[in-house]
Design a protein around this ligand. Structure first.
Ligand SMILES: [Ca+2]
Ligand SMILES: [Ca+2]
Length: 223
């Protein structure tokens, strides 16, 4: 288990550097409601609240690498439009298994669409609140396209484009509460894609419980 954590951590450090040059136009908006202010409405300053009828609602999700925590929900919880009612509700969140360094899953939207934004939401009273992840996207047309590249392989070598590296951990102070992230592009479109690939990472390795409680992921089609 220790080995797995360091592997994912290494991949994260390497790819963080690459992203800075790859996607200068992508805007990452990360907002936070503290434990005291978070409510089940998931209201943020500018990040829209989670939607039930977004383009991810009918997407097919597949676990590519890693183990989900049996105390949590399955992948469908990310796109079902259902939100936890309070800050520590394992059954309504997806999270990777305790003691592991996170994992990878894919989302098939069914057809290629122009994506205006991708929003991710999480809620937990302490270190499982913030989000640390990478997102790739693909239209699936590259002859080398692999829809399920394992966690130790670089998706950009098999038809994926890195969209964003997200890290909402506070530089200092409390990370607990609700985190809402919205990925947009200055052009109004993130691009035309059918497949999304997420790597979720632990927020800390001080104990076995660093895997984030993810409540929902929305993919919003450009109108
Ligand atoms: Ca949704
Ligand atoms: Ca949900």
């Amino acid at each position: 288990m220790k080995r797995k954590i360091s592997l994912w951590g290494f991949a994260f450090a390497v790819l963080s550097v690459l992203t800075l040059t790859a996607n200068a136009q992508i805007k990452i908006t990360a907002e936070h409601n503290t434990v005291a202010t978070a409510t089940k409405a998931f209201n943020f300053k500018t990040v829209p609240p989670p939607a039930r009828d977004d383009a991810a609602a009918k997407a097919k999700l597949q676990l590519v690498d890693g183990d989900l925590d049996p105390n949590g929900a399955d992948l469908n919880a990310l796109t079902d439009g259902v939100l936890p009612d309070d800050e520590d509700e394992p059954a309504k969140n997806l999270f990777f298994n305790a003691g592991t360094g996170g994992g990878r899953f894919s989302m098939d939207l069914g057809s290629t669409i122009e994506i205006a934004r991708v929003n991710t939401y999480s809620w937990h009273p302490n270190t499982r609140g913030p989000q640390v992840y990478k997102l790739w996207a693909s239209d699936g047309t590259d002859p080398k396209f692999n829809s399920a590249p394992k966690g130790d392989s670089d998706p950009t070598t098999c038809g994926w484009k890195l969209i964003a590296v997200v890290d909402t951990r506070a530089k200092q102070g409390d990370d607990g509460g609700q985190h809402g992230v919205s990925l947009t592009d200055a052009s109004g479109s993130l691009g035309k894609y059918r497949y999304l690939l997420f790597d979720f990472y632990v927020t800390e390795t001080g104990d076995d419980f660093g895997n984030t409680f993810y409540s929902e992921i929305d993919v919003v089609a450009k109108k």
